[in-house]
Write a protein that binds this ligand. Structure first.
Ligand code: ZN
Length: 489
C-alpha cells in the first residue's frame, strides 16, 4: 500500500451525475531491436522522432497541467519505457497522478495497466494472451508501485476467452466500446458485470459513443470546454440516476494523444473540462473509470460482450487480419499475419527443443511470463537465469536467456500497429518486420536453422498497394535502413 487517505473505509453514496475521461496513452516500440535506438524520423520535424514530438505536444503538457490527476489513463509499457528514459519528469507525472490525495480507495486509482505489446489479443494464442496480460500487469506494478485493478485491452479488442484470462489474472475491470455489448440498446450510463467461463466475472465500463466521437473528431465541439460540458455532457446524464442508487455516468474514452497532438490546444480543453476550478457548477461531478468500476455496491446488472470486436474497426477484428473497408486494399494483412504466426510457431518449437536437455518445457513458458522483470530492469538477466536454472552450466543459462530475448521480439512483432494502416511500407509494419527479423536471427544462430529464409518466402506473397513491392522487399528495405541487411541467402 503506497498511500491511503485517513477516511479510508467510509462509503460516500453519490447520486449526482458523473463524467469520467479516459486517455489511452500509447506509442508502439519504435526502437530498432538491433541497436536499441530510434532512427531519426524526418516526418516528425522539428523534433527528432515521433515520440519526442508527441511528448512535447501532449504527454508533457498534460502532465504539467495536472490533467492526469482528474482523468483515468493507461500508459502503454513501450511508451512508458521510452518516457522514463527521455523525459523522466513527465514519466514521474504519470506515476504520481495515479493516486492523488483525494483518492479514497487505492484500488480505484487513476491509472490502468495495458496488455504489454499492444497485440490484438483475440487473434493471439492463449499462451501469448496470458503473457501479454501478465507482462502488462507486472510492468504496471513495478512502475506504479501497486497492483493494477483495471487493464486496457489494445484496440479494446475482446472475446470471452480474453475476458476470462483477465478475470483469472485478478483484473477487476476494463473499458469497451458500446457496440461491443451484445444488446445494442444497453444503457451505457452505468457499469456492468460480465460473467466469464470458470465462474469469475469482470466489470465492464462502456464508454459513451457520441461524446467520445465528438471529442476525437469534431474539432469545433472541443473549442470550448464549458460549452462542451453544457451542450454535450449534461444533456446525456442529467437526471436522478438508477433505482439502485447508481448515478448516471458518462465516460469519454479516446487516444490520449488527442489532447495536444492530434488536435492542438486540446490539452487546455481537457484541463478546463476536468478541473474547472472552485465555484464552477455544471450539474455533474468529475470521476474516473476506476472509481466507477470499483464503487460500491458491486451488485451490477449482467451484460454480454460480442465476440471478436474492437473500438476502431466496425468489422470485428478484421482490420488487423484481413480485408475490411478500413483499408482500400487490405489484401496484404492476412498473409503478413500468417507469415508471422508460422514464424512464431517455429520459434516456440525450437525453443522447447533447445531447452529440452536442461529444462521442462512448461518451466520455460513460466519463465517467459516473468521475463518482463529483466526487460524492466527489476532483475539482472544473470540473476534471473541462475534463479530458474541453479544447476545448469553457464552455456545453458546463456542459451536460456537468448531464447527468452527471442521470445520478447517474437511477441513484439504482433503489435497491432503493423496492420492498422492501409499500406505495409509504413514505419509501423517495418517495425514489426524488424522484430520478426531479430527473433528469427537469434533462433537461427542458436539452432542452425533458416527461419529467416522461410519468413522471406512467406512475405513475398503480398505487396504494397502503393509501391507494388512485395513483403520480402519491404523487409529488406526495413533491415537495410536499420543497417542490418540479411547476412545469408
Ligand atoms: Zn474494419
Amino acid at each position: 500500500m503506497r498511500r491511503r487517505a485517513p477516511d479510508s473505509g467510509t462509503i460516500r453514496l453519490v447520486s449526482r451525475p458523473q463524467l469520467a475521461v479516459h486517455g489511452h496513452f500509447y506509442q508502439p516500440e519504435r526502437r530498432d531491436p538491433f541497436s536499441g535506438e530510434i532512427a531519426p524520423q524526418p516526418a516528425a520535424a522539428p523534433y527528432r522522432d515521433w515520440n519526442a514530438r508527441i511528448d512535447a505536444e501532449c504527454y508533457k503538457p498534460n502532465a504539467e497541467h495536472g490533467n492526469l490527476r482528474h482523468i483515468s489513463y493507461d500508459l502503454g509499457p513501450t511508451l512508458a519505457s521510452w518516457l522514463s528514459e527521455h523525459d523522466a519528469a513527465t514519466h514521474q507525472g504519470f506515476v504520481d497522478s495515479d493516486l492523488p490525495p483525494e483518492i479514497v480507495e487505492e484500488k480505484s486509482g487513476n491509472a490502468m495497466a495495458q496488455a504489454y505489446h499492444h497485440a490484438i489479443l483475440p487473434l493471439a494464442s492463449m499462451a501469448d494472451r496470458r503473457t501479454e496480460v501478465r507482462w502488462g500487469l507486472r510492468d504496471f506494478e513495478l512502475r506504479f508501485g501497486r497492483r493494477a485493478t483495471g487493464i486496457w485491452l489494445p484496440e479494446t479488442a475482446v472475446d470471452s476467452a480474453t475476458l476470462r484470462i483477465l478475470a483469472e489474472e485478478g483484473v477487476l475491470y476494463t473499458i469497451l466500446a458500446p457496440w461491443q455489448a451484445v444488446d445494442s440498446k444497453l444503457d451505457t450510463r452505468r457499469p456492468y458485470r460480465v460473467d466469464t467461463a470458470g465462474g469469475k466475472s469482470i466489470v465492464v465500463v462502456f464508454y459513451d459513443a457520441a461524446m467520445s466521437a465528438a471529442a476525437s473528431f469534431e474539432s469545433d465541439a472541443t473549442m470550448d470546454a464549458d460549452g462542451f460540458a453544457r451542450d454535450r455532457v449534461l444533456p446525456r446524464i442529467a437526471g436522478h440516476g438508477f433505482a439502485d442508487g447508481t448515478p448516471l455516468t458518462a465516460v469519454i474514452a479516446t487516444d490520449g494523444e488527442l489532447y495536444g497532438h492530434h488536435q492542438k490546444f486540446r490539452d487546455l480543453f481537457l484541463a478546463r473540462l476536468v478541473n474547472p476550478g472552485a465555484g464552477v457548477e455544471r450539474g455533474f461531478d468529475i470521476t474516473t473509470v476506476g472509481r466507477i468500476a470499483c464503487a460500491p455496491p458491486q451488485t451490477l446488472p449482467a451484460a454480454l460482450v460480442a465476440e471478436r470486436t474492437s473500438w476502431s474497426c466496425h468489422h470485428g477484428v478484421l482490420r488487423w487480419t484481413g480485408e475490411c473497408p478500413d483499408a482500400a486494399d487490405g489484401r496484404w494483412k492476412g498473409p503478413l499475419r500468417v507469415a508471422l504466426e508460422r514464424l512464431a510457431t517455429a520459434i516456440d518449437t525450437l525453443a522447447e527443443g533447445l531447452t529440452g536437455d536442461f529444462m521442462d518445457a512448461r518451466e520455460f513458458w513460466r519463465a517467459r511470463d516473468q521475463y518482463v522483470d529483466v526487460i524492466y530492469g527489476a532483475e539482472p538477466a544473470e540473476g534471473f537465469a541462475r534463479r530458474w536454472l541453479p544447476i545448469a552450466s553457464e552455456a545453458q543459462r546463456s542459451n536460456f536467456l537468448s531464447l527468452l530475448e527471442a521470445q520478447r521480439w517474437r511477441l513484439a512483432m504482433f503489435a497491432s500497429d503493423g496492420w492498422f494502416w492501409g499500406d505495409p511500407v509504413r514505419l509501423e509494419t517495418k517495425q514489426v518486420l524488424m522484430c520478426a527479423a531479430k527473433s528469427a536471427r537469434m533462433i537461427d544462430a542458436s539452432a542452425g536453422t533458416d527461419l529467416e529464409g522461410r519468413l522471406l518466402d512467406d512475405l513475398s506473397i503480398f505487396s504494397s498497394p502503393s509501391r507494388r513491392i512485395d513483403g520480402a522487399a519491404i523487409y529488406f528495405e526495413a533491415l537495410s535502413e536499420a543497417g542490418q541487411p540479411r547476412a545469408r541467402g
